[in-house]
Design a protein. Structure first.
Length: 202
């Protein structure tokens, strides 16, 4: 995107690149004042691409996702602190983009609206520290790890994981849950989404 704000596209990219890039323009700091996380920004932009392109991305990603149990829900969500996420994004970008799309799609469908998903993203971005009420939801052994090295990258990732798993998701879903439970639902969603996209194309 040139600095003057002019978007240049090839004619055959209108159904994919144009809506993708326009989504980035429209979901900037007006939507997420502190900046949208990379997985959320790319995943949401991909959701505006054509069904065929989304199916291609998803098929490419879930083949690896369902075979590799090290690609975890929590690693993508805490991307800015996760070494695994950084490595995946660098070494296997097509897989990372596909997983970002599937995670966004999963959340939007589970929450029932784009607005609720965007609110979740802002809540993740705006988090600074646990309230005393939140601390009661966190296992004592985990709190000790955090208190020992509060500013290390490992602790920051753990803090975000605990905040999302123990505080945010139960609040949004109105029930106690865990990353492992959500992980299973996410992988199942991917299978069903492939079926839906195939029906749209056919």
């Amino acid at each position: 995107m040139p600095s003057r704000g002019i978007l240049l596209f090839k004619p055959d990219s209108v159904n994919d690149t144009l809506p993708h890039e326009l989504c980035h323009v429209l979901t900037g700091k007006e939507v997420c004042p502190k900046g949208i996380p990379s997985w959320a920004g790319e995943g949401y932009a991909i959701s505006f691409e054509s069904p065929a392109k989304r199916l291609w991305r998803l098929n490419f990603a879930i083949k690896e996702h369902h075979a590799n149990k090290d690609i975890l829900f929590s690693e993508i969500l805490t991307g800015e602190f996760s070494k695994k996420n950084d490595q995946l994004k660098k070494d296997q970008p097509l897989i990372w983009y596909g997983l970002s799309y599937s995670l966004v799609g999963f959340f939007v469908e589970k929450f029932g609206s784009d607005e609720k998903f965007i609110k979740l993203v802002n809540d993740i971005r705006n988090f600074e520290e646990f309230s005393e009420k939140d601390k009661k939801l966190i296992p004592t052994d985990k709190l000790k790890i955090i208190e020992k090295e509060p500013y290390s990258k490992k602790s920051r990732q753990l803090i975000q994981e605990l905040y999302i798993e123990k505080v945010l998701l139960p609040r949004y879903l109105n029930k106690t849950t865990s990353f492992s439970d959500i992980e299973k639902e996410w992988r199942q969603w991917e299978i069903e989404e492939v079926k839906k996209l195939k029906r749209k194309i056919n």
